[in-house]
Design a protein around this ligand. Sequence first.
Ligand code: HEC
Length: 136
Amino acid sequence: MDLSLRLWLIALCTLLFFSTTTTAADMSASAINDRTKPTGNIHLEGTAPTIVAAANPARTGQVVYDQYCASCHNSGLMGAPKKGDADDWAARVSQGDAVLAKHAIQGFNAMPAKGTCMDCSDDEIIAAINYMIEPN
Ligand code: HEC
């Protein structure tokens, strides 16, 4: 290797050294943020929160009652036991939970099956029953 090439290489290395160190010495906030930022945006498959509303999320007893049962059970329409009325419910509750649930789910005389909430789950109907038998 001749001398001029060697000198040229030394000059090049020096230049590279100083150019990288001056960049590294840049203490501005944006330069620091840039140097310390994560190397990639990590996306973990399957762990991203999914904000997809369930087609039929479980409703509370009150929500089901207000929407489907109140029309009859608020006023006692057609002899429906009134919400929170202990006298209306005493004899019915004494049949046991299973009978109450069965009558509400399958229908019973003028009581329509599921109180017309056809997309209600059994659990939602039972929640509505519990809500309506609670004393006011
Ligand atoms: C169209 C009016 C109507 C609607 C709406 C209705 N009910 Fe009723 N429900 C009745 C009537 C009338 C009775 C009394 C039936 C009887 O004893 O002959 C009754 C009785 C009941 C009973 C007592 C059953 C028994 O074994 O004594 C339960 C529990 C009940 N309803 C739950 C519900 C629920 C829960 C809803 C709403 C999801 C609902 N009902 C909506 C009219 C209605």
